[in-house]
Design a binder for this molecule. Structure first.
Ligand code: GDD
Ligand code: MG
Length: 375
């Protein structure tokens, strides 16, 4: 079976992390999201994936190459200009063949039963089948109301609250008969959600929704990026964790050194060669990348610290993200979904809260950033 994976977006809402790394290549429990997605497809018999890249395409190529390490055939096709979700698939039309193809948004963490989706598509003799998932706030997604027999009634992309008539949204995994791409204009920006799907519906083409109660998360924002980590560590979705389980739900890579006075609170994932100094406390719900250094007395909870970052003495990191190679001096406080990009140096006594985002390679002098609370 063949799939197309859409990974060309800029990941704007996940900046500054996506300035240096495209969203699907961001690590989730120390493995790029796309690797998890590809292995998930492979589990259901997908053996060839066409990667539709645009933004920072070399990062994908350097990491995956032809896919042989994962046991999957990968074809990389890069757009010069963004062609939109549907234009991107039109652009790889010659690779699609005649059989129904799976198309996936590349920013979704899910354990969707793809065999059940494909069987449903075949049973219904559908031309397009769209996986649907219930969400509390559909306004950030594409709303897809259904007829009682599962046929799609309409598409309302990014609805306002007064348009919300169902909690079922487009979950970003489709099965599509490649025939439909004949009517898509080549070389133009074209959208599935706003253009091709509504157009096919008007033509009376059989389009069905496949509601699923699987685990589903769109990794659009820093809060969702943290949530993905928390959910995996809380086993809401079954993703294998790397390393040895040194105590219940504490996973440790190779060459990790933990001082005997340090505390590791489960669940927690530590990459290779992580070093944790005396009286530091890490966890619960923390993921530290390879070569992360945690100095004396630092306290990290509910956070993701990417490769080679250094957390200084007595720092406090709570529900926050620290980018690759970023170095924090003593007593830096990072909390409340603050995001520090890659290669930052923040000297001692700075405070980052309230969703603040610091761009890569910034240098912040001692005590420059503070949050004063009123009342
Ligand atoms: N190759 C390529 N070219 N890929 C693209 C392009 C493009 O021009 N534009 C977006 N993508 C990729 C993104 O990288 C992402 O993996 C996927 O297509 C979806 O784009 P997003 O920008 O993340 O869309 P969204 O989250 O606002 O909305 C979409 O996903 C929702 C579910 O997460 C829509 O499909 C909604 O209807 C849906 O509910
Ligand atoms: Mg998205």
């Amino acid at each position: 079976m063949r799939a197309v994976m859409l990974v060309g977006g800029f990941g704007t809402r996940l900046r500054p992390l996506t300035i240096t790394t495209p969203k699907p290549m961001l690590p989730i429990v120390n493995v790029p999201l796309l690797e998890l997605e590809l292995l998930h497809l492979k589990d259901y018999g997908v053996d060839e994936v066409i990667l539709s890249t645009g933004y920072l395409p070399d990062v994908f190529d350097e990491y995956f190459g032809d896919g042989s390490r994962l046991g999957i055939r990968l074809i990389h096709i890069t757009e010069q200009e963004p062609l939109g979700t549907c234009g991107a698939v039109k652009n790889v039309e010659k690779f699609l063949g005649d059989d129904p193809v799976i198309v996936c948004n590349g920013d979704i963490l899910t354990d969707l039963d793809i065999s059940a989706l494909v069987s449903y598509h075949n049973e219904k003799k559908a031309t397009v089948t769209i996986t649907l998932t219930p969400v509390e706030d559909p306004t950030a997604y594409g709303l897809v109301p259904l007829e009682p027999d599962g046929r799609i009634k309409e598409f309302v992309e990014k609805p306002s609250w007064d348009q919300v008539v169902t909690n079922l949204i487009n979950a970003g995994t489709y099965v599509i008969d490649p025939e439909v791409f004949k009517q898509v204009p080549p070389g133009q920006n074209y959208s599935f959600e706003r253009e091709l799907f509504p157009r096919l519906l008007k033509q009376g083409v059989p389009m069905y929704g496949f509601p699923s109660d699987c685990y589903w998360l769109d990794l659009g924002t820093p809060a969702k990026y943290l949530k993905a980590h928390h959910d995996i560590m809380e086993r809401k979705i079954e993703i294998p964790l790397r390393g040895n389980e040194i105590s219940e739900m504490v996973f440790c890579g190779e060459g990790v050194k933990i001082d005997k006075t340090a505390r590791i609170n489960p669940p927690c994932v530590l990459g290779d060669r992580v070093r944790i100094a005396s009286h530091a406390s890490v966890g619960s719900l923390c993921c530290l990348g390879n070569d992360v250094v945690v100095e004396e007395g630092a306290n990290i909870e509910g956070s993701v610290i990417l490769d080679r970052a250094k957390i200084g003495k007595d720092c406090i990191i709570e529900s926050a993200i620290v980018g690759k190679n970023t170095v924090l001096g003593p007593r830096v406080h990072v909390a409340e979904v603050a995001v520090l990009g890659d290669n930052i140096v923040a000297e001692e006594d700075n405070e980052f809260r309230h969703g603040i985002r610091v761009w890569p390679s910034t240098r912040i002098e001692a005590g420059k950033i503070r949050f004063y609370r009123t009342g």
